[in-house]
Ligand binder design. Sequence first.
Ligand code: AKG
Ligand code: FE2
Length: 276
Amino acid sequence: MLNSPSFLGYTRLGAETTAAQTDLREQFDFGTPGVKPWTEEDPFWQRLEGPNQYPDYPGAQEIVDGYLTRIDDLAQTFVRFVAECLSLPADTFDGFKGNMSRLKFVKYPPAAKNSQGVGPHKDSAGLFTFLSQDNTGGLQVLNKNGEWIDVPPIEGSLVVNIQQGFEAITGGICAATTHRVIAPTTRTRYSIPFFLGVRLDLTLDQLQESAAHIVQRIPVSDDKKKRAVDVPSEFLSPLYSCFGEAHLRNRILSHSDVGRRWYPELYATYSKQNLK
Ligand SMILES: O=C(O)CCC(=O)C(=O)O
Ligand SMILES: [Fe+2]
């Protein structure tokens, strides 16, 4: 990944940070293939969209690209169902979809009891996450009462998280899913999350207008206890010019080696900002 300003490629064990602590996992990050290459004329955050670095393994590119195509279809159908569940026209969220979605293959080796596989966070690439996990367990979400509860593996199912993009589109009402992974102790855990991308150019101001009629329809639920212990949402912060910058900030701080190499000035700025 160190070679990729788009944060795509392989991350070794111990090179990723979440909630100011090192995560005990390694992974490959991929994106929807075929996005327009970044040039100096494009906004700086557009560089998040770029070419993949496939592992040198027979058939890897076909497996990754094939999975991306099929799960992207599923995700788009899902988003239309979400709109209908909110009594909105099925195509309400179509215009928010980004150019590039992301797919990861993650490996958590066994570690000491209660180690951080990945720390508490809200996914920041887009609208919803569709995660396939093996049967090891360890994934947890923060519920409305601010308590961590297990997300037990269910064979043949995907875990769906609300990401920060959808949270922002719904004016914060559909809160992003705060989740973490407690590292396994006796066996290796594998997971494959797919992150449906959002348009990087959207600003909070633009959203306020387009979100007004969406927000009216959504019933508000009481999640004050969750909010009291929650991690911050970059996408709702007025510090960032648009979703693209909010997502870039998140990547730079999570993968600080890549961030320092490609975006040294932004790294210096973002690492000093406290969102709470
Ligand atoms: O491995 C998992 O189950 C969760 C992974 C995750 O939350 C992430 O990579 O954003
Ligand atoms: Fe996540």
